[in-house]
Design a protein around this ligand. Structure first.
Ligand code: SF4
Length: 367
């Protein structure tokens, strides 16, 4: 834990080696980045590029595409060239696809030691090709595809087994003096996953890609990922994250960004401070908060908007925010930078907040 201080009370960031995934730096003092994976068949070039464009618009910084067949490997050069964000080729079984992905201009390649280990004799050639092309790798260990020998040794996919797999594969690349890789040790159980990353963090300075694999549908997966990432990031561990949800990938980016923003590891953009409502509420707080969130969803500058249901905590919270409303008696008191600027009828609260928010946002530099 010798890295730069984390925000507020988080532990200092673990000092990791920095690598490059195309234009995105991962590790060292680079911001923790957010990534996702396309769900379209990679061979459906237009659909895949469309999904990458949607991911890019939602803040995704790195995208991974699956390369299960030769046909997928054959279209990588188009995807890599047309994507606005770095593309990682996800390869599990075929070392020759790794060479093809490097030649295709992919920013990085993910290899799975559990599946690719029988081709360890090609590590030297892969390292050489990647080095020459400036391509980095991810050694992506996954509990579901751990080597049989390690499963036998450890009885199951324990944290120690995951780390043993990763460290072994890392050593193979390091023997060839190749160091431009990050590592993940994913498990679907957050507690096992947290322990695996803690152990791995002790073993070397590799940048770490955090993930709770197969985390489940949106609600469960969000909570599992937020819990596990929150623990690790608070300890300074983690350089890039992927939230795995059984949901459209754009949702993964929203969740990932929100986790980082909640921890103060990425600049907060739009933040709605809204009360949970209670028997004192004099407006429909849920509807009001939803309408303001929807109306400002494209805001890309830091902006804190308070939506409060009554005058008990309302004025206080609204004053702390960039702008806000404290409702009562069929009216809303609108605050901007701590000052009441006007009082509007209830039906005009949403439009007034959005108008004022946009005015403030326009005056702020984009991130
Ligand atoms: Fe209840 Fe008012 Fe607090 Fe909202 S701000 S939770 S309505 S007391």
């Amino acid at each position: 834990n010798l890295g730069t201080p984390g925000p507020r009370t988080l532990a200092p960031r673990r000092r990791s080696r920095q690598i490059r995934v195309g234009k995105v730096l991962v590790g060292g003092d680079a911001p923790v980045s957010v990534q996702s994976m396309t769900t379209t068949p990679t061979t459906s070039i237009d659909a895949t590029l469309q999904q990458i464009a949607e991911l890019t618009a939602s803040g995704c910084e790195i995208v991974r595409v699956a390369v299960p067949t030769q046909d997928d490997a054959d279209v990588l050069h188009v995807i890599a060239r047309k994507s606005q964000i770095p593309v990682i080729a996800d390869i599990h079984f075929q070392p020759r696809y790794v060479f093809q992905a490097i030649d295709a201009g992919c920013a990085a390649v993910r290899v799975n030691p559990g599946n690719i280990r029988r081709f360890d004799d090609q590590v030297g050639a892969i390292a050489k090709a990647a080095q020459a092309a400036g391509v980095s790798l991810r050694i992506g260990v996954n509990a579901g595809s751990l080597e049989p020998s390690l499963l036998q040794k450890h009885g199951r996919a324990t944290p120690e087994a995951l780390v043993e797999s990763a460290v072994w594969e890392a050593s193979l690349f390091e023997e060839h003096d190749f160091h431009d890789f990050k590592i993940s040790v994913k498990h679907n159980d957050p507690v096992t996953m947290v322990q695996a990353y803690r152990l791995l963090a002790e073993r070397g300075d590799w940048p770490l890609h955090l993930g709770v694999t197969e985390a489940g549908p949106a609600f469960q997966g969000t909570i599992k990922s937020a819990t596990a990432f929150g623990i690790l990031l608070a300890e300074g561990i983690g350089d890039t994250i992927r939230v795995s949800l059984s949901a459209p990938p754009v949702e993964e980016i929203k969740v990932g960004m929100q986790i980082l923003q909640s921890l103060g590891l990425r600049e907060r953009r739009l933040e709605i401070v809204s009360c949970p409502s209670c028997g004192r509420a004099q407006v429909d707080v849920y509807a009001l908060a939803d309408a303001v969130t929807e109306g400002l969803k494209d805001v890309t500058v830091p902006l804190r908007v308070a939506v409060m249901g009554c005058v008990v905590n309302g004025p206080g919270e609204a004053r702390e925010a960039d702008l806000g409303v404290a409702s009562g008696n069929g009216k809303g008191q609108i605050f901007v930078q701590g000052e009441v600027i006007k009082s509007v009828p209830e039906e005009e609260i949403v439009a007034t907040l959005i108008e004022e928010a946009r005015r403030i946002a326009d005056e702020r530099p984009d991130l």
